[in-house]
Design a protein around this ligand. Structure first.
Ligand code: CP
Length: 359
């Protein structure tokens, strides 16, 4: 049984296999309908979603499986205080695969630990959004035919944006060059930059002005300000409306650059760009369905070509509490803190749940 909590759970080969399967499912849908007949996908959404939940439900439906779950935690027993662990134990009996979205970093990891069926992280707090990154990488490949050697600018709220975190690590893994563009105070967190440097040898340049680098970029990946995740001491007023990708700035971009956005957009990506042939964000959201079809079939063990063995993880118990207030271990008190040690050129010690660096 395999879970997808972060992209680290997949090898590059497995990711490429998922992309090949998604290609087939997208172009030969009739061949694949019936592939998940009789299978049940539980979508447990403790946070709002349009694309992730509906594309997963569409994916299982197009393969003739069915979805069940909740889109509002107030309509589930979590409103009575049920823990993630107990919810996992229950839903294990009711379905074959779980997709979970939660506001706490590491919540999907907890769900996986207490589940006897595969768990997919549909976004956990300020941590990761691996299925968004798969969709993003797949879209880049469709548009540019490669990732290696491309310059990818990730723009916006990089501190609290989980899609940005997963994308940066994914682009680096496949040999793309990163540039980080963010308002002051919203820079990429050190637990991501440490991994970029030590695992992939990348030290992305940083700027708070998209105009300074726009002409270098092959991919312009825009993120909204994650207002719902800001800690109380940070005022959204400081950054709201501080960056905008519009026709004027795209006049300075490469003619074949592509514009991406995980969506929803708020006020950082102008509607006037929707007809620009460089806009890839609606294609990106459409690709969510074949990518999630391929992922669901793979994690259910129905497609034997992929997901052969999980990469090893070294996890040690650690009595010190995690310093990240958004970490699930600071909310679900039955959990013991744990440290994951990743060894590359040097070792990186980070919280096994939320990725925050540990000394
Ligand atoms: N991109 C994304 O995760 O969108 P939703 O929040 O609508 O699922």
């Amino acid at each position: 049984m395999r879970h997808l909590i972060t992209l680290d759970d997949l090898s590059n080969f497995e990711i490429e296999q998922i992309f090949r399967l998604a290609d087939q499912m997208r172009t030969e849908l009739a061949t694949w309908s019936g592939f998940c007949k009789g299978k049940l996908l539980a979508t447990l959404f403790y946070e709002p979603s349009t694309r992730t939940r509906l594309s997963f439900e569409s994916a299982i439906g197009r393969l003739d499986g069915r979805a069940l779950g909740f889109a509002d935690p107030d309509a589930a027993s979590v409103a009575k205080g049920e823990t993630i662990a107990d919810t996992a134990r229950m839903v294990t009996n009711y379905s074959d695969l779980i997709v979970v979205r939660h506001s706490w970093a590491g919540a999907a990891h907890v769900m996986a630990r207490y589940s006897n069926i595969p768990v997919i992280n549909g976004g956990d707090g300020t941590h990761r959004h691996p299925t968004q990154a798969l969709t993003d990488l797949y879209t880049i490949l469709q548009r540019k035919a490669r990732i290696e050697g491309l310059t990818v600018g990730i723009c916006g709220d990089l501190r609290y944006g989980r899609a940005a975190h997963s994308l940066a690590l994914g682009v680096a893994r496949f040999g793309g060059k990163l540039i980080h563009i963010s308002p002051d105070g919203f820079q990429m967190p050190d637990w991501i930059t440490a991994r970029l440097k030590q695992l992939y040898g990348q030290e992305p340049s940083e700027t708070n002005q998209l105009r300074d680098v726009i002409g270098e970029l092959d991919v312009i990946y825009v993120n909204r300000l994650q207002e719902e995740r800001l800690p109380p001491e940070i005022s959204p007023e400081d950054a709201r409306g501080s960056y905008l990708v519009d026709v004027a700035i795209m006049d300075e971009a490469k003619p074949d650059a592509i514009i991406m956005h995980p969506l929803p957009r708020v006020n950082e990506l102008a509607y006037e760009l929707d007809d620009d042939e460089r806009a890839a964000y609606f294609q990106q959201s459409a690709n969510a369905v074949p990518i999630r079809m391929a992922l669901v079939a793979s994690l259910l063990g129905l497609e034997q070509l992929v997901l052969t063995q999980p990469p090893p993880r070294q996890i040690v118990s650690d009595s010190r509490p995690c310093e990240n207030p958004n970490c699930v271990t600071n909310h679900e008190r039955y959990l013991d803190p744990e440290t994951e040690i990743v060894t590359a050129s040097t070792s990186i010690s980070s919280c096994a749940y939320c990725g925050a660096l540990r000394a």
